[in-house]
Design a binder for this molecule. Structure first.
Ligand code: F6R
Length: 611
């Protein structure tokens, strides 16, 4: 969701803020703004991208050595200039940027109106700015105390940065439910929603925890709770490299990330699989293996693409380890009073580690006494900190809003977990285990081969770029790939697409088939191959267009389908890792051909920190 950036030190803040906002734009991009203090308050904000803000500011001088910037994903109030952040308080004392939702903002607003406050915007953030100011003026307290008192009165989630005109030597930051990282420099501090704007200045960072309030001067940082308990900041070293957050010559981040998958997968299993493929070592799970082995059930919780990875996980755990698995959307699980046993293992999957619904579901599972594990990509994010144990995917930063390499890295971790658990529970033989592990290590080079089909896929994209509907079908391990293919297409090209288990087609979607709608069928050679061949025939019998992802050398489907995309052979359990690649490429090319903003699709944001 929204991106936050802040700076205090001896440098001019504006260029740092603008550069930071560009790095964070993937989190939200419907409006942007900056505010600086330099004796006066300098504030600019604009609907649109950071580049629109820059254009709006033009050559006007923006100086100041303390400042904040924000890029917004609208929750309260439509995206326009007025609702953009930063927000000033009514008497101009405070300036606030905020990520999250203040749930009781309407009641607070009413009370403030009763006390003479007027509002420009429809946002909950302006309410917070005015609440802080009201407490500050009425109680004659410091800015810090006013912030802490105000926060004790709000419900909801926030990552927050506050400046006070009367105390222009400090930034006040607070976190509850929305991430904030402080970068520690020499005589300067940086603030951001994630480390990407910070890494080029310093690798020393402090991740704020929920309930933390930081009071930051250029040479001093005080960390405390909302109730004024002093905390000791824990400085961590960032392993992020600046090259990882650049496009490195690719036209889009999404394309770069599609091509990074061989490396992302290899990095994810590197050091975890021994050289002769006879063992898997997952250090982060060491303490919980007994719980995993004795689990009554595994519940996988995730959203979006991570949920699709979770579905692959269900098939893997059930087939290999013979443990029943349920795969849940975080948003449904958290509100539907689920039955959770103490001997359940809950696995939360998330690229960002910040998804609000997944986090809430974790809390519920923990309260019920289950062991909660995380599979996350962003080191130091909230989910790894909330879970009992876990495994990081080492996919590197994923900036494109549409998830690609995170998915394959998540499936890689799930495969390793399922195989290791199966081995520990004596559900697979040593030979089978070694074979599967070996096959997993071959996946990166097979993906390299699959990526070589780019021109062929681009030609197919050209043919179907103007379609209005698309159907994706798959069976078994490839059903989640069909769902993921459909999600990729709809989110970046705005073409309506549905993913279905191929056999379900005849229970409804078959009615959609005509000679206009492409049907993408994932049909590599596996245990349900014959069945999916029948499904292809069913589509062809109704004059449907079939584009099939098949195993290299498959002559049968080649004669039935309109187009085939051949991927290297691999065991069916690993086929999602290969077959998803051409579907990602197809969506990418179709979206580019339709003139869509691939990295920042409309209405979406990378890290969904609101429910
Ligand atoms: C789709 C996509 C989203 C995310 C979902 C969960 O391409 O990116 O569906 O997968 O918002 O996000 P994480 O994995 O960060 O919890």
């Amino acid at each position: 969701m929204c991106g936050i950036v802040g700076y205090i030190g001896d440098k001019e803040a504006f260029p740092i803020l603008i550069k930071g906002l560009k790095r964070l734009e993937y989190r939200g991009y419907d409006s942007a703004g900056v505010a600086l203090l330099n004796g006066n308050t300098v504030l600019y904000k604009r609907k649109g991208k950071v580049s629109d803000l820059e254009e709006h500011i033009g050559s006007q001088e923006v100086s100041g050595k303390i400042g904040m910037g924000h890029t917004r994903w609208a929750t309260h109030g439509e995206p326009n200039d007025v609702n953009a952040h930063p927000h000033k308080s009514f008497n101009d004392k405070f300036i606030v940027i905020h990520n999250g939702i203040i749930e009781n903002y309407a009641r607070l607003k009413e009370k403030l109106i009763g006390r003479g406050y007027e509002f420009d915007s429809e946002t909950d953030t302006e309410v917070l700015a005015n609440l802080i100011e009201y407490i500050y003026l009425k109680g004659d307290v410091t800015a810090e105390l006013a912030v802490r008192l105000a926060l004790s009165k709000v419900f909801g989630a926030y990552g927050l940065v506050v400046m006070c005109k009367d105390e222009p030597d400090k930034l006040i930051a607070a976190r509850k439910g929305s991430p904030l990282v402080i970068g520690v420099g020499k005589g300067e501090y940086f603030l951001a929603s994630d480390a990407t704007p910070i890494v080029e200045y310093t690798k020393s960072v402090i991740y704020l925890n929920d309930g933390d309030v930081a009071v930051i001067k250029k040479n001093e940082l005080k960390l405390k709770t909302i109730d004024n308990e002093i905390l000791t900041p824990e400085i961590q070293e960032l392993s992020l490299d600046i090259g990882e957050i650049d496009k490195m010559g690719y036209e889009h981040f999404m394309l770069k990330e599609i091509y990074e998958q061989p490396k992302a997968i290899a990095d994810t299993f590197r050091g975890r699989i021994n050289s002769d493929c006879t063992n898997i070592h997952l250090g982060g799970l060491h303490a919980v293996w007994p719980d995993l082995e004795n689990a009554r059930r595994i519940i996988i919780i995730a959203c979006g693409t991570s949920w699709h990875a979770g579905l692959v996980g269900e098939y893997l755990f059930e087939e290999f380890a013979r443990i029943p698995v349920e795969v849940e959307y975080g948003s449904e699980f958290r509100y539907r009073k689920p039955v959770i046993y103490k001997d359940d293992i809950v696995i939360a999957i998330s690229q960002s580690g910040e998804t609000a619904d997944t986090l809430a579901a974790i809390k519920l599972a923990k309260e019920a006494g289950a062991t909660v594990l995380g599979i996350c990509n962003v080191v130091g994010s909230s989910i790894p900190r909330e879970t009992d144990a876990g495994v990081y995917t080492h996919a590197g930063p994923e900036i494109g809003v549409a998830s690609t390499k995170a998915f394959t890295a998540q499936v890689t971790v799930l495969t390793m977990m399922a195989l290791k658990l199966a081995r520990k529970k004596y559900q697979i033989s040593e030979d089978q285990f070694n074979h599967m592990v070996k096959e997993l290590t071959l996946i990166p080079e097979k993906i390299e081969k699959a990526l070589e089909l780019n021109d062929h896929i681009k030609a197919i994209a050209e043919l179907y770029k103007d379609c209005t509907n698309a159907l994706y079908l798959g069976r078994g391990f490839l059903f989640p790939v069909a769902l993921e293919g459909a999600l990729k297409l709809k989110e970046i090209s705005y073409i309506h697409a549905e993913g279905y288990p191929a056999a379900e087609m005849k229970h409804g979607p078959i009615a959609l088939i005509d000679k206009e709608m492409p049907v993408f069928i994932v049909a590599t050679k596996d245990s349900s191959y014959e069945k999916i061949v029948s499904n292809i025939q069913e589509v062809k019998a109704r004059n449907g267009i079939v584009i099939a992802v098949v195993t290299q050398g498959d002559d049968t489907i080649k004669h039935m389908a309109d187009h085939v995309i051949e991927v290297p052979e691999t065991p069916e359990h690993l086929a999602p890792l290969l077959t998803v690649i051409p579907l990602q490429q197809l969506s990418y090319h179709i979206a580019v051909m339709r003139g869509c903003n691939v990295d920042q699709p409309r209405n979406l944001a990378k890290s969904v920190t609101v429910e």
